[in-house]
Design a protein around this ligand. Structure first.
Ligand code: MG
Length: 343
């Protein structure tokens, strides 16, 4: 007996979230449930508006999966994740978040059917969980100080830059540094233009206890990224430039690390392949997120011990997460022994 259900959900942000490209106050989601023989797998699609998917396109995709009977013959005793996820991927190009919702729900279902936590299904060691960052969007100095002060449970901060100018970006870092000396990750979200000026700025960031810099230039500008990476004292990570497995050969050489997100990779199956491909190329890995509930966050957290850095702060930046907030201990998300995703 197979039952696929979904509902739209608007995930509200604690603060209006400004990054280099845009500001938003909520993120549209679709929450998915796949029930087979009385066991339910939970999935989630998170669709920040600038990425091109909507609740409507996601629902149309889910309906297409149903209409094509892709999951009809699913065997709860032995779910072939590779087969079903590939069938779903082959239905349409794009629809990455919608595909991630299926991938996450199928992984949850398989782990529950096997009576194990998701992290065990993925072969992760909870002892190797990296600390997760708390992200501070672009804001006024007083709000930035407030946000930084509120992030007491986190040992790492991620600072969004790519504001109106590098002068203003420097002021943002100085504001954060006026209240905390915690290590920071910096994310320009494609907002920087002039490589020479950016190199000087990154050299200054290196004096500010910065661990890495994410996506300095427009996502297709591999030339500028390569120029900067070869000269930068800090690792330069690809986020928007690295979406799926097929992008890894393209970013190799231009960047010194990658940011994997389930909503870009189409889910856990491909994220695991990206980890393998990145390790073969000695690229360090950050596992990140969109604005997501505990469903997608705890799915990514189950894979995080296989990565070097984690930016899985969705539940702490939003106000209406319909699931329990994950447990944070020593700045790390705790993986429990609950079955599946554990929500
Ligand atoms: Mg980023």
């Amino acid at each position: 007996m197979l039952n696929i259900q979904y509902r739209t959900y608007d995930l509200m942000l604690r603060y209006p979230f400004r990054i280099a490209l845009m500001t938003r106050t909520y993120t549209p989601l679709v929450l998915l449930e796949i029930e087979v023989e009385g066991i339910t797998g939970y999935g989630e699609a998170s669709m920040p508006p600038y990425l091109g998917e909507t609740q409507e396109t996601c629902i149309a995709f889910i309906e297409k999966v149903k209409k094509n009977n892709i999951l009809k013959n699913i065997d709860i005793q032995n779910i072939d994740l590779e087969y079903f996820i590939n069938e779903i991927d082959n239905l349409e190009p794009q629809n990455k978040a919608a595909k991630a919702a299926f991938d996450i729900a199928l992984h949850d279902l398989k782990a529950k059917a096997e009576g194990i936590p998701l992290w065990q299904l993925l072969g992760s060691d909870p002892e190797k969980m990296p600390k997760t960052t708390c992200t501070l969007g672009i804001d006024t100095p007083s709000v930035l100080r407030k946000k930084a002060a509120e992030a007491t449970d986190f040992d790492l901060l991620k600072i969004k830059l790519g504001s109106d100018s590098l002068v203003q970006d420097r002021e943002i870092i100085e504001t954060v540094r006026s209240v905390t000396d915690k290590p920071i990750l910096v994310d320009a979200n494609q907002g920087w233009k002039d490589p020479e000026a950016v190199l000087d700025f990154v050299a200054w960031l290196d004096t500010q206890n910065t661990l890495l810099v994410e996506q300095p230039f427009e996502k297709t500008n591999f030339e500028a990224a390569a120029w900067l990476s070869s000269r930068s004292p800090l690792p330069i990570f690809a986020d928007e430039s690295c979406q799926r497995l097929s992008d890894i050969p393209l970013v190799t050489g231009a960047f010194s690390g990658i940011n994997i997100k389930l909503m870009k990779s189409t889910g856990l199956l491909e994220a695991r392949k990206m980890i393998t491909a990145a390790r073969e190329r000695v690229l360090p890995i950050l596992i990140g997120c969109m604005s997501e509930t505990s469903c997608a966050i705890m799915s990514a957290a189950a894979l995080a011990p296989q990565c070097d850095f984690a930016d899985l702060d969705g539940p702490w930046l939003t106000t209406n997460n319909p699931f329990e907030t994950p447990i944070l201990r020593g700045g790390k998300i705790v993986l429990t022994n609950r079955l599946g995703i554990g929500i």
